[in-house]
Ligand binder design. Structure first.
Ligand SMILES: [Zn+2]
Length: 317
């Protein structure tokens, strides 16, 4: 009986492959570093090899697997099964990934955007259970997301819906973003650009414990910022508050468009902790006129690192 499904989550830094049972419970998982030097064909060889190895190590014949769902940080052409545009894994641009994988694995393959799949998984199995409408925000190196409207994943006209990180939230703040503008939420509040801001302030001469924890300026990341925050370093507090403030604007605009006030957040930047999250929520509540009447729920992801991977297994029909 074909009762298993495989999920793949391809990220800019790491790849996860997971085997799931008929209730989409994760049975076993392997994780690898993403090699950005690979061609698309080499990456597909690698993924199909890892899928076969995972099934073999679990003692599951490939004939018992219904199919493979794969999450990519890409815009997806669902009809053609193409990864149209992938910001940080360039070899995947305009590649017929669905057919490339299906040919290698001889089983059905389904693709979707990683933020969409994390939203779907949180909706069905995670923090969003019981909510017909919700917005998922992935606060990570970049900022992604997904929209669940009326109980269904909303992909938009071209599969690009839910890219909440590229909403314009400022015309005077931020770094030039890959989306083509300066001042989108990602250009200010992503892990990458919060760290960049800390670097620039330190280069300008600001003294900060962030540098002690990072070692060198080029090593500064949100982990170092978080450690400095825990000893009340003023620059760390400034970096975190600035990032949180613009996320509050992002959630406020989303609420205005969709009249949704259930927000699920995940991603490594949330490890900055409650001072970051509380400030983000406060920034939202400060802007939102309707929040007193209909208080928003900000819910931490319960699937965490496995959200996109689980969503990938969920789209296997
Ligand atoms: Zn952007």
């Amino acid at each position: 009986m074909k009762k298993y499904a495989i999920g793949i989550d391809v990220g800019g830094t790491r790849i996860q492959v997971g085997l799931f049972d008929e209730n989409t419970q994760l049975l076993s998982k392997k994780q690898y570093l993403t090699d950005k030097e690979m061609s698309a064909a080499e990456l597909m060889d690698f993924l199909s090899g890892r899928v076969k190895a995972l099934a073999a190590s679990a003692g599951v014949p490939l004939s018992d697997i219904r199919g493979v769902g794969a999450a990519f940080p890409s815009y997806i052409d669902y009809e053609k099964g193409i990864t149209v545009e992938t910001s940080n894994i360039i070899c995947l641009n305009d590649q017929p990934v669905r057919d490339m994988l299906a040919e290698r694995l001889q089983m059905p393959v389904y693709l979707d955007n990683d933020g969409n799949l994390a939203a779907l998984a949180e909706h069905r199995l995670g923090a969003g259970r019981g909510h017909d409408d919700l917005i998922y925000a992935e606060l990570s190196t970049g900022i992604g997301g997904g929209l669940i409207l009326n109980g269904r994943l909303y992909r938009g006209m071209h599969g690009m819906a839910g890219e909440i990180g590229h909403m314009l939230v400022s015309d005077s703040t931020g770094y030039p973003c890959g989306c083509g503008v300066t001042g989108c939420a990602q250009s200010i509040s992503s892990g990458l650009y919060m760290a960049r801001y800390a670097m620039d302030r330190i280069k300008e001469g600001e003294e900060s414990r962030i540098l002690d924890y990072a070692g060198t300026i080029s090593n500064i990341d949100t982990v170092a910022v978080g450690r400095a925050l825990s000893v009340n370093d003023p620059l760390a507090l400034e970096v975190v508050n600035r990032g949180a403030e613009y996320l509050g604007r992002m959630f406020h605009s989303l609420n205005q468009i969709f009249d949704i006030n259930v927000f699920i957040y995940g991603g490594g930047v949330t490890n900055l902790g409650h001072r970051f999250i509380d400030r983000m929520i406060a920034a939202y509540r400060h802007l939102s006129l309707m929040d007193q009447k209909y208080p928003a729920q900000f819910l931490a992801s319960t699937l965490g690192d496995h959200a996109s991977l689980t969503g990938a297994a969920l789209i296997v029909k």
